[in-house]
Design a protein around this ligand. Structure first.
Ligand code: SAM
Length: 294
């Protein structure tokens, strides 16, 4: 069968259907068969797998996924692409294309309904503008997941792997570290896409951790603390937590708790996952004590 993953065939499909790229949807189609094969190999897809593809475009990657997986669910926001996908994927009876915004999709519910709650694999050449929200939502909403093999901007891959202190370090780095073991698969130059993006991309596989690397009493609270610290990066951790209003504690009480562990002027961006977990656990103990005393 003739795969779409080269510039000539992709152009032919786009012309046949009179398709116009929409910049707002981050549409850069992958037209390099080598990279498409690398992504599918890295995802280690078998005929047992249900694969969720985010943003199939005209189906360049979807064709490969359909060849390897038991079933592929492909969620695409752009209605103009739906009739094109019906054409390019007509040879496959194991694909279910849905016109939907992935940010408004209940992915955990979809896994429950379509795979009896058994973990799935996610594969995507992600639209750059939703990389962080979509990954955070998948990780934080307990989507049953074996792995996510995703193409992202090189800068996003750097943010995912960043450690404390640097400008790339943030809530995404900590969520990736808490929930997954990331592995870089390859770097991809702009010449592999149509149209060409301005920046390089990276394929990264996020393997779901069986056990998180730190013990935390209230994971949701730890991530609220993390978000509050990075929403106001230039502020001290005490000010960031106080301004975010996530605890019903006075600024002095917050300062006392933070100061019991770290220097009072500490910024959140210097703390490791282990330190955020420790801080969150101290807040949990303090809140539990206050509740008992009431
Ligand atoms: N998978 C195709 C490929 O590799 O050639 C296309 C990848 S392109 C980088 C991103 C795709 O995601 C586009 O088809 C775009 O329309 C779609 N998309 C953008 N935002 C989306 C959203 N919120 N939900 C679902 N799909 C989205």
């Amino acid at each position: 069968m003739a795969y779409l993953g080269n510039p000539t065939r992709t152009m032919a499909v786009l012309e046949k259907h009179g398709f116009r790229f929409q910049k707002k949807f981050g549409q850069n189609f992958l037209v390099d068969a080598n990279i498409l094969e690398k992504i599918v190999d890295a995802a280690k897809i078998t005929k047992d797998d249900l694969v969720l593809e985010i943003g199939p475009g005209i189906g360049n990657l979807t064709q490969y996924l359909c060849e390897s997986a038991r079933k592929v669910i492909a969620v695409e926001i752009d209605p103009h692409l739906i009739p094109i996908l019906a054409d390019t994927l007509s040879a496959y009876d194991n694909v279910d294309v849905r016109q939907q915004d992935i940010l408004k999709t209940d992915i955990a519910g979809l896994v429950e309904k379509e795979n009896g709650g058994k973990p799935i694999k996610i594969v995507a050449n992600l639209p750059y503008y939703i990389t962080t929200p979509v990954l955070m939502s998948i990780l934080e909403n307990r989507v049953p997941l074996l792995s996510a093999t995703v193409m992202v901007q090189k800068e996003a891959a750097d943010r995912m792997q960043a450690g404390p202190g640097g400008k790339d370090y943030g809530a995404l780095s900590l969520a990736i570290r808490y929930y997954t073991r990331p592995e870089i698969i390859c770097e991809v130059p702009p010449s592999c896409f149509l149209p060409r993006p301005k920046v390089s991309s990276t394929v990264i596989r996020l393997n779901r951790c069986e056990e998180p690397p730190v013990e935390v009493l209230n994971k949701e609270q730890m991530f609220r603390i993390i978000r509050a610290s990075f929403n106001q990066r230039r502020k001290t951790l005490v000010n960031g937590l106080h301004n975010a209003g996530i605890f019903s504690l006075s600024k002095e009480e917050i300062a006392e708790i933070v100061g019991g562990l770290y220097p009072p002027s500490v910024r959140g961006e210097t703390l490791s996952l282990e330190e955020f977990a420790e801080l969150s656990n101290v807040f949990s103990a303090r809140l539990a004590k206050t509740k008992r005393e009431k």
